[in-house]
Design a protein around this ligand. Structure first.
Ligand SMILES: [Fe+2]
Ligand SMILES: [Fe+2]
Length: 291
């Protein structure tokens, strides 16, 4: 699909009230590993998304294509709203005893160090690579949360957490090519794009594993006999742990790859209608809308 036709609308969603009441184990069947994985991902978002915005904004005045320029504005708006809502969720997780706020601060420090030591084009390459990560995870979420009710085949038991993640996943899918297209438009080389993904893959997985281990150690529920083992057998069959997800992440290493090679338009349309259409389940949470 040509980038020239895809819109990136900014929906000013607010889930603050609902997120402030989330219980400690919010994943389906109160699962330990999935709850801690979700908390770990959420910890990365606010600072990560601010870094993406800074990396893309740095090149904004070099984007000549007016359609891509509008998509950049949409991308910045969408990421700003995601960051705000994930901070609210992270505050709640912090109150529940998760080390989420420490991880949020650590992520910020790592990314600011990265910005000091690497050139802007490398930060844009990192952004494009992580955006492929989020787009791949978004596809997993939108596909596996396909039931009408929380927990129906998916990973979230709590409606507010499910709303946060499916809305975020929809928008990650909608803007999945923006950072990539800016990188191309400003002449970012293929070798740097592919090399950066190799680094990001290792760094991202290592960071998630460390986060999950620390987070689980702090949770008394992990120390109950058999709790972790039972969770691990469920976790291994979770959609996010399937081999295809790893293959989809590696697609990015191919020379000539473009995020639209993987067609998610029908999936996005289904969820746009389901969440924000005439009878959208999240329409009432939208405080404003920039098309
Ligand atoms: Fe986002
Ligand atoms: Fe994104």
């Amino acid at each position: 699909m040509a980038s020239s036709v895809k819109k990136v609308p900014v929906r000013r969603v607010t889930l603050d009230e609902q997120l402030s009441k989330v219980p400690r184990h919010f994943s389906v069947e109160g699962d330990l590993l999935l709850s801690h994985l979700t908390a770990g991902l959420s910890a990365l978002f606010p600072e990560g998304e601010e870094f993406f915005v800074r990396s893309v904004r740095r090149y904004r005045d070099r984007v000549r294509d007016p359609v891509l320029a509008r998509q950049v504005a949409g991308f910045i708006g969408q990421e700003a709203v995601h960051g705000r809502e994930h901070r609210v969720f992270n505050d709640r997780l912090g109150d529940l005893g998760y080390p989420t706020k420490s991880f949020e601060r650590l992520t910020g420090r790592i990314l600011r160090l990265l910005e000091r030591i690497s050139p802007p084009i490398a930060n844009l390459a990192t952004t494009a690579a992580v955006e492929h990560f989020t787009a791949t995870l978004a596809e997993v979420v939108l596909t596996s949360e396909d039931g009408d009710f929380p927990g129906e085949g998916g990973q979230f038991k709590e409606q507010a957490v499910r709303d946060l993640f499916v809305w975020h996943a929809l928008e990650e899918s909608e803007h999945k090519a923006v950072a990539f297209d800016v990188y191309r438009a400003v002449g970012g080389p293929e070798w740097l794009r592919i090399w950066t993904m190799k680094m990001v893959r290792v760094g991202f997985v290592a960071l998630m594993v460390v986060q999950m281990v620390v987070s689980l150690l702090k949770d008394r529920a992990s120390w109950k006999g058999g709790a972790l083992r039972a969770s691990w057998s469920r976790f291994r069959s979770a959609p996010i742990m399937q081999r295809e997800v790893w293959h989809a992440l590696h697609d990015y290493d191919r020379r000539g790859f473009h995020p639209y090679d993987r067609d998610t338009l029908a999936l996005e349309e289904t969820w746009r209608e389901r969440l924000f259409g005439a009878e959208g389940t999240m329409s009432s949470y939208v405080r404003g809308w920039v098309a």
